[in-house]
Write a protein that binds this ligand. Structure first.
Ligand code: IVH
Length: 674
């Protein structure tokens, strides 16, 4: 017979060896010996089920499938990080930090930016009680059962020895490059599609139904932030004072924290050097990182600096530069979009690049192909920067063998064969047959999409499938979908049909601006859709509006006005709208939607030089509070550069871009408070 104390000893021993193996990568016993100990635990627990505790090493193995994932609130919102891309950005960050803290030299803690899926863990009374995905930052999905499959995350951690009763910890679930390759190999052997990159593989894994499958993926996790602590007594027995100290604490509690990877540095120049050194060795690391994270080390200063609504002011991500690869351009496909635009898409020999496997890239239009002198069979240099879509940088003509062939742009639509047209001043060839099958399908895909009518569980794949089967033919037919016919199709059970039916029904109540956006009128994005919805009481009022009327509306220029007028002048479109109204959709503007939540909505700003009246951070907060955004550098995306005393290179750069408005601090203040 075993006593509870003996069982506790056995659990402690198993935890010790798990930590040696999974966190330290330095096992002290052979796998066989570990298995023997583990089996001993299982036998004892089977004989005495009342002794099983949730933090027992046996409790990782999920016996049942996840039944959906419940939404659950984070104790503290999960913020994201502001980005920086070069030394100048980091110097700016440092200057702001000094301004905000009134300190002349700041100590930073720098650590890798792990490229995975963020998670939040809650421990209560030493036990892991909840693991949650990031979700929208305020609430995420409860994925506790799946997280328990990650062996480097302890189910038990002795926080009570530090007087801690409850703690919320943030980190990143990652898949090592080796585990990713291994998993993909397995998928390929089974003839299944391979996963694009370790980040997607990690986040996909966290939402899998079967925890056993999660276990097979060999996920890992780095924990790098303590977001909330409550103590057993009023007086905290342990006072944490630095971020580096939190990493030490997490490490001592058995977590894989970046204690060894981090570096504490005084002053920004050392930080820059450390970031660049790390960038140079990123490919040698066993896992993907996409940058570094720089954090003000003192927790008291962090508190003083606070946060904007999106990110802490005491931390910034330093994003690594684009990565390049060469591959073969095998072929070009021509795709027809919603507005009839024909886009050439280069099919490439798949290459793994900056975290994704790239096998096709848009090559935009005919001019682009000519400019870059792209040919079928060419070796091409491709590049990907951060989350940006990969691009072809150039072809490599020196590597040509003579077997390359010119890319001929079609004269007719590749889908409906009608003749293609190109408007003056435009680069795009267009199919103008609005009944072209490709356009009809793309219009429906847009119509049901998330930002449009948001008909959940419809999606691109179903639109294509139903269209092929003749179940839908155009937008109104979505609302006449024959659910009995659907029930005859493979893969449509009662539950999925009920869900689809409910989603279609619910979409009828979507506000008018969503319907306008969903119609896919050229140049009408969400903001213009709101303006249009607000300006009438019934959508069909637009049938009688002239181009001049439309030009009176905010954000509507000649191009947009022409497009809107053209849409409502088309009888087919008016008939479609009448049909939609009869089917129960909202064409009446019942609720005026606010276009702006602040007077700087959609405008971007950058500050340079020394401001006299405002602190830099204060000015930036004013922009964000008025709905504007702050950019990291001067580019054509910038709307306003606010110039203080002694402005330097940014001002020079901005002068070369006509669209940027260069204003003084006083002009900025007037703009904010008109
Ligand atoms: S700190 C308030 N540290 O990057 C604390 N984030 O782009 C904010 N990330 O949402 C996070 N490695 O998922 C922090 N060492 C690290 C990180 C890290 C990866 C992720 C995290 C965050 C995202 C922001």
């Amino acid at each position: 017979m075993y006593t509870v104390a003996q069982l506790d000893e056995l659990k402690k021993l198993l935890r010790f060896h798990e930590h040696r193996y999974y966190v330290l990568n330095d096992p002290l016993i052979a796998d066989y010996e570990y298995d023997q100990l583990y089996q001993q635990l299982i036998q004892i627990e089977q004989a005495n089920p009342s002794l099983i505790t949730p933090d027992s090493p046996s409790q990782r193995v999920g016996s049942s499938l996840n039944q959906g994932f419940e939404t659950t609130q984070h104790l503290v919102p999960m913020l994201s990080l502001d980005n920086s891309y070069n030394a100048e950005d980091l110097q700016d960050f440092d200057r702001k930090a000094k301004e905000l803290t009134n300190i002349t030299a700041i100590e930073y803690c720098v650590e890798p930016k792990f490229d995975g899926a963020s998670i939040s863990l809650i421990y209560e009374n030493d036990r892991l009680v909840k693991a949650v995905t990031r979700g929208d930052g305020v609430a995420g999905e409860d994925i506790t059962n799946n997280i328990k499959q990650i062996k480097s995350i302890p189910l038990y951690a002795p926080f009570s020895s530090l007087g801690i009763q409850q703690i919320e910890i943030r980190g990143e679930v990652i898949l090592s490059k080796a585990a990713f390759d291994q998993y993909n190999q397995k998928l390929a052997e089974q003839g299944l599609p391979i996963l694009a990159n370790p980040r997607n593989a990690a986040s996909g894994s966290l939402r899998m139904k079967d925890p056993k499958e999660v276990a097979e993926r060999n996920l890992d996790a780095f924990l790098y932030h303590i977001s909330f602590v409550s103590f057993q007594n009023d007086e905290p027995p342990t006072a944490l004072s630095t971020h580096a100290g939190s990493l030490e604490l997490l490490w001592d509690m058995g977590f894989r924290s970046p204690k060894q990877e981090k570096k504490v540095l005084n002053g920004i120049e050392g930080v820059i050097e450390y970031c660049l050194d790390y960038e140079a060795k990123r490919d040698d690391l066993p896992y993907e990182i996409d940058g570094m994270v720089i954090k003000v080390n003192s927790l008291a200063l962090q508190e003083k600096m606070g946060m904007t609504s999106h990110h802490p002011r005491w931390a910034i991500a330093f994003k690594f530069k684009a990565r390049q690869a060469t591959t073969t351009l095998i072929d070009v496909e021509f795709q027809v979009g919603r507005t009839g635009a024909v886009t050439p898409v280069a099919k490439l020999n798949p290459v793994y690049l900056g975290g994704v496997t790239v096998s096709s890239i848009s090559i935009h239009n005919e001019e682009y192909i000519l400019q870059k002198d792209l040919r079928k069979g060419d070796q091409v240099l491709i590049e990907r920067a951060g989350d940006v879509i990969p691009q072809i940088v150039k072809s490599l003509p020196d590597l040509r063998t003579g077997n390359e062939s010119v890319i001929a742009f079609p004269k007719n639509c590749p889908v409906c064969q009608s003749q293609l047209f190109k408007e003056e001043g435009e680069a795009v060839w267009r199919c103008i047959n609005i009944e072209c099958k490709a356009q009809v399908v793309e219009r429906m895909i847009h119509f049901v999409s998330k930002d449009a009518m948001d008909i959940k569980s419809f999606g691109e794949a179903n639109i294509r499938k139903f269209y092929e089967q003749g179940l839908i033919t155009d937008i109104p037919s979505i609302y006449r979908l024959n659910f009995l016919a659907l029930a005859q199709m493979d893969g449509f059970g009662k539950k999925s049909i009920d869900n689809l039916q409910a989603a279609i029904e619910a979409s009828k109540q979507q506000p008018l601006y969503r319907l306008i956006y969903a119609l896919g009128i050229r140049f009408v994005g969400e903001t213009t859709a709101k303006t249009l919805a607000n300006a009438v009481t019934h959508l069909l009022d637009y049938a009688t509006k002239t181009e001049e009327d439309l030009l009176q509306l905010e954000d509507v220029g000649v191009k947009v006005a022409k497009s809107i007028q053209g849409f409502f002048a088309n009888q087919q479109n008016l008939i479609m709208l009448q049909e939609l109204e009869q089917l129960g959709l909202q064409l009446v503007n019942s609720k005026k939607e606010a276009v702006n939540s602040g007077n700087l909505q959609g405008q971007s700003f950058l500050f340079t030089g020394t401001l006299e009246q405002l602190k830099r951070a204060e000015a930036e907060a004013m922009v964000e509070n008025a709905g504007g955004t702050i950019l990291g550098g001067v580019s054509s995306k910038l709307n306003y550069l606010v110039v203080g005393a002694d402005a330097g290179s940014k001002l020079e750069k901005a002068k070369k871009i006509n669209s940027i408005k260069i204003i003084t601090e006083q002009e900025f203040i007037t703009l904010i408070n008109p």
